[in-house]
Structure formats: C-alpha cells, structure tokens
Design a protein around this ligand. Structure first.
Ligand SMILES: Cc1ncc(COP(=O)(O)O)c(C=O)c1O
Length: 337
C-alpha cells in the first residue's frame, strides 16, 4: 500500500502531484495517456509551481525582502498561487487581471487577501495591458517585486526541476511523448527541456488553442493566429523568455469544441472536474498518442497536464447560458429542458 506523504512545511504541498492513467483518452489514442494532476496543488492549479519558484528566486537574489509585496499581472491562477505562497512567507500580494476572466478567480483572489485590480482586456502592445499595468505598479510600490511570469525563467525552472523529473520517475523512466498548451510557456518549455535532458527521443508537442500564434510559429516560422478560444490561461502570441529554446518537435491545434468534449468526458467517464485548458491538453495528448502509434509505437506513453480544477469555472464552462452565449455546445446534463 502507498502511504500518503507527511510534510512539515505547507509549501512542500506544492508539486509532487499524482500522475493518473486516463482510460478514455488512452482508448481513443490506442496507447497510454497519463494526466499530471496539477489541480491537487494547494491553489488547485499548475501555477502554484511557478509562484513558488519565482518568489524563492527573488528571495535568493535578495530582491524580495521581509514584509515585501509581490505584484503580478495574471489571468488568475498565477495570482492565486502567488497569494498563497506570499501568505505563507509573510508577503503582501497585488494582482492585476483582465476583467473578462471568471468571477470565481476574482472572488478567490479577494478571499485569499490579495489586492485585486481589474483592467479591460487589450492588445499586448497597449501600455494599459494587464502585464504592463502590473509592472508599473511594482515599480511604484516600495519593497515590491514584479513576478513577471511570462519572461522570468524561474517559472520554467519550476518545471525543469519539478514537473519533468516527477513525470520521469512516475513513469519509471520510460516516456515517449509530452504535450501541453502554452500560457507563459513555462510548463511546455520546462517539462520539454527536463524530459529531453533524460531522453532526447521523447517527442515534445505544442498543443495550441485557436486564436494563439504558436501553432503557426512552430509549423512554419510565422507568428500568426486564426480564430479564437474561450480557454483561460492559455493562448500566446509571442515567444516569451520562458519559451525561448523550447524543444518542440511537433504541434497540434485544438478547437474549443474538441477540448470541451474532453472536459465533458473527463467529468462523466473519469470523475474529474477540470478547466478547458486541461480538455485541450487531453485532446492534444490523444493526437500525439495517435501520431506515435502511427509511427509504429503501439506501446507509447504520453503525458500531459491537467492544469486546474473545473470548480473555478462554474459560472462559465459549467453554465448552460454562458456556453450558449459563446456559441458553444451545452453539456447534456446542464440542460433544464
Ligand atoms: C488554467 C491554465 N492552464 C494552462 C496554463 C499555462 O501554463 P504556462 O503558463 O506554464 O504555459 C495556465 C497559465 O496561466 C493556466 O492558468
């Protein structure tokens, strides 16, 4: 029998997440598809890892001093991770986020004690973009750091030093493929680099939502996007510092409808309530698994990231009116008629 681990520091609850074999996706791919259960982190998302590494790195470099403030621009999950880690270490948190993100994330950030500032969504080139606004606030606040998750490579180190070796150990040193979507790129680049360092033959795939520019970048060298996605936390239009040198071998583009289908199947068939980026990741993992099988690798093992809990999206993904308003299919069990 496995004994659940004992911890003497709550911050040690971040990472070392379980890896679970996903039955439906494995059947669909014809090989093993494994999901890294990042929703089991204290902040219920993969971003707790980046938050911890960024704050520890700022402390180590002497930039973050006792009583200091951590400021960040975030779609939500990084802010939740930062607020929890900052609370545990005695820092204050200021979070800037676009006002089109889920109400649950905003309520959560306020509940955790973060100061929350919302701004209208706008282009990255606009100085009022949430990322630039957060940098300005950090510069204007005494004894504050700007977490800068997009271009601070302490983010991807969390995955080089944490997520990648965990997956490698959990699969007994035999991994054939890994894929996930990109927000900052910390997870894809970090896990990709960490796994390739152990076995260069592991196929690393980008799974991009529509509306993001990276699928085209890795396919033909051009940052260009088509369509749009309602997925939160993913969809990148530039090569962030975290993405630089990411060892991407192949790429897939997944529509929200396909991601949602996997969100529905994960809930109804596997008992996991997840966000849309997880559904998109599972769809990408199935595509990667099928590609490996087509290349003669019938025993392939593919890992992906189950990024966050679906409880964060009760008013959006799991709400019939919201899905209808976005022109997306409504899950059968949400229909009142
Ligand atoms: C729900 C969700 N999924 C995926 C990601 C992407 O992870 P990364 O920033 O490491 O690319 C994020 C990042 O914010 C997220 O919030």
């Amino acid at each position: 029998m496995n004994t659940a681990p004992v911890r003497t520091d709550t911050l040690d609850l971040i990472g070392n997440t379980p890896l679970v074999l996903l039955e439906g996706p494995s059947e669909a791919a014809g090989c093993e598809i494994w999901g890294k259960c990042e929703f089991t982190n204290p902040g219920a998302s993969v971003k707790d890892r980046a938050a911890l590494w960024i704050i520890r790195d700022a402390e180590a470099r002497g930039e973050l001093k006792p009583g200091g403030t951590v400021v960040e621009g975030t779609a939500g999950n990084t802010g939740i991770g930062i607020a929890l880690v900052a609370n545990a270490l005695g820092y204050a948190t200021v979070i800037v986020m676009p006002d089109n993100q889920s109400q649950e994330k905003m309520a959560t950030l306020r509940a955790l004690g973060a100061k929350l500032i919302t701004v209208p969504p706008t282009k990255f080139a606009d100085p009022n973009h949430f990322v630039h606004t957060s940098r300005r606030i950090a510069e204007e606040t005494e004894n504050a750091i700007w977490a800068n998750q997009f271009d601070n490579v302490a983010n991807r180190r969390a995955h080089i030093e944490g997520t990648a070796p965990e997956i490698w150990e959990q699969l007994g040193g035999r991994v054939d493929g890994f894929t996930c979507a990109v927000g900052t790129g910390g997870t894809l680049a970090g896990v990709g680099l960490g796994l390739k360092a152990r076995d260069d033959a592991i196929r690393i795939a980008l799974t991009d939502p529509h509306g993001a520019a990276l699928y085209n970048y890795y396919a033909n060298g051009e940052l260009a996007s088509e369509g749009s996605s309602v997925a939160e936390g993913i969809g990148q239009g530039r090569i962030t510092a975290n993405l630089e040198g990411a060892p991407v071998d192949t790429q897939f583009r997944i529509a929200d409808e396909e991601g949602l289908e996997w969100v529905a199947r994960m809930l109804r068939e596997e008992g996991l309530c997840l966000g849309l980026s997880s559904g998109i990741n599972v769809a990408g993992a199935v595509a990667l698994g099928r590609q490996l099988v087509a290349d003669g690798r019938e025993d392939a093992r593919v890992a992906t990231i189950l990024c966050d809990t679906g409880f964060r999206y009760l008013s959006t993904l799991y709400n019939a009116e919201w899905l209808e308003s976005k022109g997306l299919p409504v899950f059968d069990w949400l229909r009142s008629d």
